[in-house]
Design a protein around this ligand. Structure first.
Ligand code: IPE
Ligand code: IPE
Ligand code: MG
Length: 200
């Protein structure tokens, strides 16, 4: 865990399972996708608040490896929302000093969506105020398996340190705080390796 020397009370790295979108919408007699849209608005406010308070890394769970099992129209709604949000938010994120990383299996995504993610990462690569990791088509088990496979392919011994360095979140220290909105108390295959010592 890396401490924030300026303010010890502020966590360096916050991780959030962004849950409860569907229930939020259902309570208002709206389609589930309206809840996901509201989720993007909440995330925008959350990013601003983290940057203002001196949080250095924010990692959010936006789409899990298991979320492919949802109805096809919800999955395509989420893909469209990702593509739209990325296109629309990048200029402001860039202006606010936010560096974007998309974490997860890119191969499952359409070429167009994947290209948008790569572009957004490149456009914000010079920023260092806040790192925003968006976990999309991500699973904690996927990450451990892909890291082990990468080491095996290079013929490297599989040690804790080597695995840690091969993980998709190797560019940031482990989360200090993990939050799940929506009221459930489940990890749901989020950062399995990295939350060993995170406060929940
Ligand atoms: C989280 O909200 C967003 C994604 C998983 C994409 P949900 O869609 O899981 O909302 P609830 O849990 O059904 O309320
Ligand atoms: C976890 O929420 C995944 C994301 C927030 C992206 P889910 O709603 O998919 O998890 P479960 O089904 O409640 O475990
Ligand atoms: Mg949910």
């Amino acid at each position: 865990m890396t401490q924030n020397p300026a303010n010890q009370a502020v966590p360096h790295h916050v991780a959030i399972v962004m849950d409860g979108n569907g229930r939020w919408a259902t309570r208002r007699f709206l389609p589930r996708v309206a809840g996901h849209k509201q989720g993007v608005d909440s995330l925008r406010r959350c990013v601003k608040a983290c940057a203002a308070r001196g949080v250095k890394v924010l990692t959010v769970f936006a789409f899990s490896s298991e979320n492919w099992n949802r109805p096809a129209d919800e999955v395509s709604g989420l893909m469209d929302l990702l593509a739209m949000a990325v296109g629309r938010e990048v200029p402001q994120l860039k202006a606010d000093g936010v560096r974007l990383h998309f974490v997860g299996e890119r191969r499952g995504l359409s070429e167009k969506v994947a290209a948008g993610l790569t572009q957004a990462e490149a456009a914000t690569a010079q920023n260092d105020r806040l790192i925003l990791n968006v976990c999309f088509n991500y699973g904690g088990r996927w990450d451990i398996a892909q890291a082990a496979a990468a080491l095996a392919a290079r013929g490297e011994p599989i040690t804790e340190l080597a695995l840690d360095r091969a993980m998709a979140l190797a560019h940031v220290p482990d989360p200090d705080l993990m939050i799940r909105t929506g009221g459930e108390q489940r990890i749901s295959n989020f950062l399995l390796w990295q939350i060993s010592y995170s406060e929940l």
